[in-house]
Design a protein around this ligand. Structure first.
Ligand code: CLF
Ligand code: SF4
Length: 290
């Protein structure tokens, strides 16, 4: 029997609801919440919520095993003929849970060569995993980069766990940055289409974001997604000043001549299902009793 048509990378981009604005009203994505742990500590994060780098902080997400995630994929593909993308976006970091992430993607890839794989990461563990991403057929990736200067990064990150050691301060920020930039370069060299998410932090990186956008453009990123901070109660940035929609739009417009900007991000949950503007995850989450 002929195998199902495997789309080219540009066809995958055209049907990816985050990378192509025109696809977001028609193409659905499925986030599989299989990645609970994190190797980084961002000041705007409180680990009991979804990773705010990619996901809206909400109620605690039920974490799935790779087998449960595979079952959910089969179920959602049956329910949604317009499903084009499977994404791994937390609730922690996809690569701080590399075993679960790649086992899940391997199982799905064996079943479906056509579905597009998308991964989101803080980038700390990226250089050591680009080969794995290629092997399972990840075509799209998001790296969250909030600063390209360790003295600014030191105000955003509390610590970074790498190679069995916990780093803090500018050492942590410099290590994170080196891995993010090397990882991004390796991804784009491998033909993986990359987006960079940046959280706009008033008084911390607002003046610096154009530099971030230039830097990631030079490493081959296709677009940047400058996002609002959603202050999480109990996090170190709980009382950070809010960024207005106008301030956010002004920053995106200012960066648009440097690199294509994303304007339609919904700051999705780690278990989001369906169209970006119509999250159906409630239909798939187990009923919570507490
Ligand atoms: Fe998910 Fe992210 Fe892939 Fe999209 S979401 S891993 S790139 S498939 Fe999209 Fe949601 Fe915004 Fe992310 S709207 S939070 S940008
Ligand atoms: Fe939290 Fe995400 Fe940062 Fe990890 S990468 S500390 S989950 S915001």
């Amino acid at each position: 029997a002929p195998s199902p048509a495997v789309p080219s990378v540009s066809e995958r981009t055209a049907s990816h609801p985050c990378f192509t604005c025109g696809a977001c009203a028609t193409s659905a994505r499925l986030h599989l919440p299989i990645a609970p742990m994190c190797n980084l500590s961002c000041n705007y994060c409180l680990r009991k919520y979804d990773c705010p780098n990619e996901s809206r902080p909400g109620v605690t997400t039920a974490v799935l095993s790779p087998e449960q995630a595979f079952e959910r994929f089969i179920q959602v593909r049956r329910d949604m003929p317009n499903l084009t993308v499977v994404g791994i976006a937390g609730p922690g970091d996809s690569l701080a849970n590399a075993e679960a992430t790649f086992r899940t993607l391997e199982m799905i890839r064996a079943e479906d060569p056509a579905i597009t794989f998308c991964m989101s990461t803080n980038g700390l563990a990226l250089p050591e995993h680009v080969e794995d991403m290629k092997r399972v057929g990840v075509s799209h990736a998001t790296v969250t980069i909030n600063a390209v200067d360790p003295s600014i990064g030191a105000r955003i990150y509390r610590y970074a766990d790498f190679g069995g050691t916990r780093y803090t301060g500018e050492t942590a920020a410099a290590l994170l940055l080196a891995n993010q930039l090397a990882g991004l370069r390796a991804l784009t060299a491998a033909g993986i289409v990359c987006k960079v998410n940046t959280v706009l932090l008033k008084g911390i990186n607002d003046h610096h974001i154009p530099k971030v956008v230039e830097t990631v453009r030079d490493l081959g990123a296709e677009l940047t997604n400058i996002m609002q901070l959603i202050p999480v109660k109990g996090s170190a940035f709980e009382h950070m000043p809010l960024v207005s929609n106008k301030e956010l739009m002004d920053m995106r417009k200012r960066c648009e001549p440097t690199l294509r900007q994303m304007y339609h991000c919904k700051q999705c949950r780690a278990d989001a299902v369906g169209l970006l503007a119509d999250d159906r995850s409630i239909d798939y989450r187990p009923i919570k009793i507490d």
